[in-house]
Every structure is written in C-alpha cells, then in structure tokens.
Design a protein around this ligand. Structure first.
Ligand code: BGP
Length: 467
C-alpha cells in the first residue's frame, strides 16, 4: 500500500483560454490566438469547454469526484481587454464568482496569472521581448492581488516559460510563428523570469497571507547512447530547457556552467543575451521568497549529437512517428525503441519525472515544496455507453504517481498533483481530438461524461493511496 503525504492535493488543471470559450463575450479582449486561429481556420477556440458558463457544474462535479484542488487561470483580457487601461467589470466579476464557487466546494483554486494568453495589443508591441509588456504584466498582477488576494491562497506567476518561447520562436506553432530563432527564445525566457521575479516581490512586499510560485515544464533529457557527443547533446538541451530557468528561479543568477553553455549556443546561433544589473536584484529576491515550484511533466527526451541547421516538424495531428526536432548547437531528439510513445510522439517515461524531482531537490536545496501542476495523457478517446474506457490514461497516471511517491521516499517534498485536465479542453496546437480530461466533453452539446479514470481518481483521492 502506497500512501500519499497527508493533506495531499488531488487536483485537476485547466487554463482560461482552453476551457472557458466565450472568447468574445462580456467585453473580453483579444489574445494573440484569436486572429491567428481564425486565419488558420483549423480550430475554433470560441466555445472550447464553455467553462465560462458551466464552471458551477464542473466544480461541483470535481468536488463529487474527490478533487480538492483546481488550477484555473485569469484571462488577462477579460479584466483589461486591451492589456492596460480600462477595466472590464464583467470580467472582474466573473473571476470573483469562479473563485467563490471553488472555495464553496472545498476545491482550492491555484490561480495562474499568465497561461499562454498575452493580450493582442501587448503582443504587437513585442510580447515578453518588450518592457511595456513586462510593466503591464506587473500592473495586471497587482490588480489581481488587490482584487482577489484575500481569498486566493495559491498564485502562479507564469505557466511554462520554456513552452511559450519554444512555441513562439523555435517551433513556430505559436504566434508570431518564428522558426529556429534560439537567441530570441533565450532573451524572452530571461525577460519572463524577471517579470515573474518582479511579481513575487510585489506580492511579498504587500504581505498577503497566501503563497506564490511559478510553473515550469521540466522534461528530463537522456543521451541515446553513452558516447561523449550524445551526452553533450542531452546536457545542452537540459541546460537550455530546464536549468536556465531553474537557476533563475532558485539561485537568482545563472551558474557559470549554465551560462557557459548558453553563451556557446547563442554564439552558434548568432545571438547575444541582454541583461540589466537590476534583473538579478529582482531574481535574487524572488529566489529567496518563492513558496513553491510547479512542475508540468508529460514526457522526457532522448538525444543524439547533431551539427546541422535547426529542423523541426511538429506532430499536431496524432500521426505517430511524424515528429522531427533537431536544434543547431544543441542536439536531435530521437526515438528510443524501448520507450512507448503517445500518438503525438511524446515518450511515456515516468522515470524522467522521478529523476527530475530528485534533481531539483539535490541541485536547489533551498526549494521549499513542489506541486506537480500538470501531468496526463492526450488520447483519441471514444465515448461509448456514456463513458470512456480510458485504461491507457489510468495506467499512465498511475505510473507517474508511483514515480512521485518514489521521489517522496527519497526526501522530495511533493504536496500535490494536478491531472491535466479536469475535463477535455481545447489544445493550442492540436485542437479538439487530443483529449486529456477526467470528464469527456461532447463539444457539440457541451455535455460532460465521467470517464473510467474519473472514478479511479476519486477512489484514490478518497483513500489517499495509490490504487
Ligand atoms: C502544457 C500546457 C497546457 C496544455 C498541456 C497539454 O504545456 O500548459 O496548457 O495544453 O501542455 O499540451 P497539448 O495540448 O499541446 O497536448
């Protein structure tokens, strides 16, 4: 019998743009996704899971299925439709009602301030590459703390800086769809970390009673063979995608080892990182005061040496085996025949989660606690007899929870787990056929159906042990 720590959060995660729908309702402003998705014409985010209208039912359902924590995010453009300036009262009211509904059901809200949804006018000004964006983000966060700070106990500054910059500037499947510009990605990542740090400082200096943290996607990187070159490739991707931000988060500066590699990657890609002395003052303050780290974990990667130009094919359709991911000055992700993958080519490797948790504990001993803020399995679920027999998902989640428990045995302080996602939601670059939810959403009718995994999750939460 494997017990979870006492008061463990059995949570489920959502994000505003992916769950709420209602992208043009009650004065909401545009994010950078709206026009882009319309022009592209593949996926319409306008209804998503209609959480904007159905949140009450969803939160009651969450509670009924043993869930005691939920990740929600505040859509910046519901509150400030233009990103700055005039406040939209309908948006302010919506989040009061949503947070109150969570609290009334005993489902603790973990509230993210930025989950991939920069307001369009600020995106046009350069997004995280512009100081106007960063100032506006700090002002928006301040507004949220003043408005909701007395009832929200857990804040998340930013969701997955690495995914944002990789999507925007390397893979190019997030607007502005730039490919292979690794220097821009590094600069933007640094700026996001400074923005995060400014918000932590603001929150702590105003002495709110809650906690504040950041969510990073942290995927372990392994060499496909033990050759020096393959080891080097894995180490480089690990530094770029994981350690660069963990150093900023917990040390308030970049270690010499990290900076050495990052500078070499920048040189090979004709770029330079610009920093200000004040950046490191903010980062050091936040490193000392941050309350928790959120880790999103879905997959790990196996790498081999690569010395060509960057080349990526994003598998957004679920056509197994179609992914290509090779970065100049870093390495190439390759298939490990011993490790199963999802239809979207994400290697299923729970050991990578255990290794990452132990790595954080050993490398950043000043971390206070960790929540696994996203983990789950995207699949092409089939609704039959008003449910889904999602045994593969149960198996995936069970293996990852077992990995967490193994890390806990090794002394890692993990206090909760949020399955991605509560119900099926809109997936940024994969649309609606990649489903993750505990609850199946029939998008045409917005009817919800608990999957087999929802019943299993409830039984586990009720017993506080792994089943
Ligand atoms: C994370 C994001 C989520 C969610 C999830 C699943 O990176 O924080 O917003 O989308 O990944 O990813 P996808 O929908 O691409 O399968």
């Amino acid at each position: 019998m494997q017990k979870f720590p006492e008061k463990f959060i059995f949570g489920a995660a959502t994000a505003a743009y992916q769950a709420e729908g209602a992208t043009q309702t009650d004065g909401k402003g545009k994010t950078y996704w709206d026009d882009y998705l319309k022009e592209q014409g593949t996926f319409d985010p306008n209804t998503a899971s209609d959480f904007y209208h159905k949140y009450q039912e969803d939160i009651e359902q969450a509670h009924a299925f043993g869930i005691n924590g939920i990740r929600i995010s505040i859509a910046w453009t519901r509150i400030f439709p233009e990103g700055t300036g005039k406040v939209n009262e309908a948006g302010v009211k919506f989040y009061h009602e949503l947070i109150d509904a969570c609290l009334a059901q005993g489902v603790e809200p973990f509230v993210t301030l930025h989950h991939f949804d920069t307001p369009y006018p600020l995106y046009k000004k350069g997004d995280w590459l512009s100081s106007e964006m960063i100032d506006a983000y700090v002002a928006f966060s301040d507004f949220c703390f003043k408005e909701y700070g007395r009832k929200v106990n857990y804040w998340i500054t930013i969701n997955e800086p690495w995914s944002v910059v990789a999507g925007q500037y390397i893979i190019g499947h997030f607007p502005p769809n730039i490919h292979y510009d690794i220097p821009k990605a590094i600069q933007s990542m640094h700026n996001m970390m400074v923005a995060h740090a400014r918000v932590v400082k603001l929150y702590k200096e105003q002495a709110y009673s809650g906690e504040i943290g950041i969510v990073h996607i942290l995927e372990s990187k392994y060499p496909i063979t033990q050759s020096i070159e393959d080891q080097e490739a894995a180490a480089r991707e690990h530094i770029l995608a994981n350690q660069f931000m963990l150093d900023a988060t917990f040390n308030g500066r970049y270690s010499n080892e990290v900076m050495g590699i990052v500078e070499d990657i920048l040189m090979k890609n004709d770029g330079k990182l610009k920093t200000e002395p004040s950046d490191f003052e903010y980062l050091s303050y936040a490193a000392e005061h941050i309350d928790f780290l959120g880790i999103n974990y879905y997959a790990s990667h196996f790498l081999k040496a690569y010395d060509g130009d960057s080349l990526i094919h994003h598998n957004g359709t679920g056509e197994k085996g179609s992914s290509v991911f090779a970065l100049k000055g870093i390495g190439e992700r390759v298939n490990n025949p011993l490790i199963p993958t999802t239809d979207w080519d994400w290697p299923i490797y729970p050991q990578g989660l255990e290794d990452m948790l132990v790595f954080v504990k050993n490398t950043y001993p000043n971390y206070k606690k960790i929540y696994v803020t996203e983990n789950g399995m995207g699949d092409k679920d089939i609704l039959m007899d008003e449910t889904v027999q999602d045994d593969a998902r149960i198996d995936y989640v069970r293996q990852h929870l077992a990995a967490i428990l193994k890390a806990v045995e090794q002394g890692v302080n993990v206090q909760g787990y949020f399955i991605w996602s509560l119900m099926d939601v809109f997936s940024w670059t994969n649309g609606y056929n990649k489903r993750y939810g505990l609850f199946y959403v029939e998008f045409e009718t917005q009817q919800r159906y608990p999957k087999k995994s929802a019943y299993w999750y409830k039984a586990m939460a009720d017993k506080n042990e792994l089943l």
